[in-house]
Write a protein that binds this ligand. Sequence first.
Ligand code: SF4
Ligand code: SF4
Length: 272
Amino acid sequence: MKDDIFIHLCQPDAYKSCGACCGSYNYADSTKESLVGRLKSRTDLFHKTVTRPEDLTGFSEMVKISEDQAKIFEVIYCCEYFGFLDDEERKVGCLLHPHRNKGVDLRESSFYGRELCEGHLCPSYQYLSREEKLALINIITDDWYLYGLCVTDIDLVKSYFRLISERICEMPPPERFRENVLREIALRFFSYKTSWPFRSYATNRFGKYYFDGSEYMIKNINYETLGCEKSRFDSIFRSLSSEFKNVRELKEGEKLIQANIDELARTYERFA
Ligand code: SF4
Ligand code: SF4
């Protein structure tokens, strides 16, 4: 990628994409397994039943009847036109997009309408630096589910690269994350988004947020109750939906994050 090229976070390459703003993670059951099943069946249904714009109403009704509509946050719409874009099911995105429909843009029929869908760029476009964007794209090579969770978690991405940069006195050039050894270490960190041992599984949690009907709030870690100082990894812990039962668990969490940063720094310097 050349320096002057816009970085398309939504569809960065042929091996992954994001669809977080289409409501893909807002189903009450948003595990990868559940989402894959949902997207497979609606994409099949779309191919079988939609041959002209008039078919979209029937498709939309069928999806809404056949799929569980329970949501985490009522205010965010979960779009029924979000599906798999390729046969290998590596890329997710809009089934109404003109690229999918011989140049015909069908997004006018959607909940948000064509203009909103086409023009939307989430805050990650603005707040992640060019290096952070490219590094993340290089680290999460081919997992749309993990990529979408991480690329929209500005705190997580910025906190990690800040800690790494402080440790090695520079932001690693994004190309360095194409090296397997560095990529694997960083990928282990970002994979905590789904495998973090201290994660709350409450269905009203998503990253640092928790939801109550149409309200949402940031779930802070209560250090006073735990009987310790605010952790240096606080923003990472919140992004990972952490729920520590006691200070021993919090210290274990800190050790895991620190170990990852140390390993990445050592490896970076060894292969510099
Ligand atoms: S959440 Fe951001 S990166 Fe993801 S599809 Fe929407 S605009 Fe693109
Ligand atoms: S119509 Fe397409 S782009 Fe718009 S919300 Fe639905 S899936 Fe996303």
